[in-house]
Design a protein around this ligand. Structure first.
Ligand code: C2E
Ligand code: CA
Ligand code: CA
Length: 515
């Protein structure tokens, strides 16, 4: 190949427009034009492909961005609470693990867990609805966030429970201003849709110490302390200490034993006489439950009723008490048919009273025992009524319709709103024995008893004075015009047999029912 030929073929390589040397021959020209057309088609195809590729690349990039975002979202949802956007329980536990591990390496590193639970949050949900409830949780989240530092962890554990991990604190006193700030903030109302809502919070605190080998134990203790704060009256904080462990252990043991006691029917009732203030005639009895412990002793109600109330065991116990008290009184009615028939008072706990089918349970016990409903008195403490005023008023009305009497027990120890009191159809106020006990040596107590007496008169209710132990108290109460009395002066609570004898000895002065 000549030099000029090789230059030409190099120039033509890959080009659509080719150079040929003159003179060209037709056949060669034809071939070259054919090749040029083919090459042009090929290149056009490449350009199209390239364009398509570019477009696909852009789409792919967009998809990639979307996927990364969705991945982030899923990640965020796994670790955060949807409503408040705070870290959730799982995240809090992970962070706690890290802090715990750090504290194992460095004994000087101190941190604390604050376990927070909003008081009576259920009431907000019930009265204002879930939307408002959610709104309140969001508002509370913002408020609490303002009370802690940026390096602290603030999480929502679920429902109305929150937790704060106060990181790297100098000493235990460091939490004081934080807790103070939180309580101070809760002094102000939250605004929900223009409505003022007051709320409060109970806080349990646990500090890291070398005894904690598992981070979960620290959570558990902060939770225990929070429950203690609730039981002490809410809107307060409690720092965990080891005695609480013992209390929890005792509580759990009692719970187990009580469950067994229910199965083995280890309960019995004692009956304390209630007398008319005038003449000391027998009016009726208050049924008081006891637990006949397998060890032989009689356990007083105050040693197991509070636990039974907390665990819900009060429901089967309470049902048994109702049935047994009615059955016993019906039997005394048959044995001692006096007029008016003797009354039987039964204490009703908050959980029992708030059961949706409470009225049916009462009706059922009446039907089974065939007791005359008008000889039944139910004692409900004022705090129960005040905590659920609307529901209580409805239930009290229904009980009234059954001709059952209602007493407000331990009156004066709760926080009755006097304006409310008139709305509850109750028959009598039972003055708490603490006032009666101290009325002779403390003028204030005497005045309280007098005021309760006047209040009851204005509301057309009777008064039963509890815990009358001395003749002096008896005379004073009589002078104040209380209708009924109960106390060691007349009799201690008696077992069924002793109570039967007591009735027999007191029948004098009673009219016979079978005239
Ligand atoms: P409560 O309803 O205030 O019952 C009166 C308590 O005062 C009884 O104690 C009774 O023994 C005691 N008491 C009566 N007179 C005197 C007195 O003159 N001096 C003194 N110092 N005490 C007197 P008890 O039987 O230990 O019952 C304590 C509480 O346990 C009751 O207080 C009641 O709240 C609760 N309880 C008793 N039985 C039941 C029950 O069946 N169900 C429920 N839910 N609670 C019950
Ligand atoms: Ca009572
Ligand atoms: Ca009482």
């Amino acid at each position: 190949m000549s030099d000029s030929d090789s230059i030409l073929s190099a120039t033509n390589e890959g080009n659509v427009h080719r150079y040929i040397t003159k003179p060209w021959n037709d056949r060669e020209l034809k071939i070259i034009v054919k090749q040029a057309v083919h090459l042009f088609d090929e290149q056009q195809e490449k350009r199209d492909l390239h364009k398509k590729l570019e477009e696909n690349n852009i789409l792919l990039e967009q998809k990639l961005i979307e996927c990364t975002y969705a991945g982030d979202q899923i990640k965020h949802m796994t670790y955060h609470d949807a409503l408040t956007n705070l870290p959730n329980r799982a995240t809090f536990k992970e962070i706690l693990k890290v802090s715990h591990a750090r504290s194992m390496r460095n004994p000087d590193y101190l941190f604390a867990i604050l376990f927070l639970d909003i008081d009576h949050f259920k009431n907000i949900n019930d009265s204002l609805g879930h939307v408002m409830g959610d709104q309140l949780l969001i508002e509370i989240t913002q408020t609490l966030r303002g009370c802690i530092r940026a390096n602290d962890t603030f999480a929502r554990l679920g429902g109305d429970e929150f937790a704060i991990l106060l990181d790297d604190i100098v000493n235990v006193k460091t939490v004081v201003p934080v807790v103070d700030r939180i309580f101070e903030k809760f002094q102000n109302p939250f605004y929900l849709d223009g409505r003022e809502v007051y709320s409060s919070v109970s806080i349990g605190i646990a500090f890291r110490n070398s005894d904690y080998t598992q981070p979960d134990d620290m959570m558990r203790d902060a939770d225990t302390a929070m429950n203690k704060a609730k039981s002490l009256g809410r809107a307060r904080h409690v720092v965990f200490d080891v005695t609480m462990h013992q209390q929890v252990a005792k509580f759990l043991k009692l719970d187990t034993n009580l469950r067994r006691a229910i199965e083995r029917e280890e309960f019995l009732l004692h009956y304390q006489p209630v007398v008319y203030a005038s003449g000391e005639k027998l009016y009726g009895f208050e049924a008081l439950v006891r637990w006949k412990h397998p060890d032989g002793g009689l356990v007083p109600p105050m040693d197991f009723i509070p636990v039974a109330e907390e665990t819900g065991l009060i429901l089967p116990i309470g049902q048994w008490v109702l049935y047994e008290a009615f059955r016993q009184m019906k039997s005394w009615h048959d044995q001692f048919p006096v007029y008016p028939p003797l009354k039987i008072s039964v204490n009703i706990s908050s959980k029992q009273f708030m059961q949706p089918d409470f009225i049916e349970q009462i009706n059922d016990a009446i039907l089974k025992t065939d007791i005359e409903p008008s000889s039944i008195c139910l004692e409900i403490t004022e705090s129960v009524i005040m905590e659920h005023p609307e529901e209580s008023a409805i239930k009290m009305m229904q009980l009234r319709d059954l001709h059952i009497q209602l007493y407000i027990d331990d009156f004066g120890t709760g926080y009755s709103s006097l304006s409310y009191l008139g709305k509850f159809p109750s028959d009598a106020l039972k003055i708490d024995r603490s006032f009666v006990n101290n009325m002779m040596n403390d003028k204030t107590n005497l005045e309280i008893v007098r005021s309760i007496r006047n209040l009851a008169s204005n509301l057309e209710m009777s008064v039963i004075a509890e815990g009358v132990e001395t003749q002096a108290q008896f005379l004073e109460i009589k002078k104040l015009g209380c209708e009924y009395m109960q106390g060691y002066l007349f009799s201690k609570p008696l077992d069924a047999e002793e109570a039967g004898s007591f009735i027999k000895s007191r029948l004098v002065g009673h009219e016979s029912a079978c005239k």
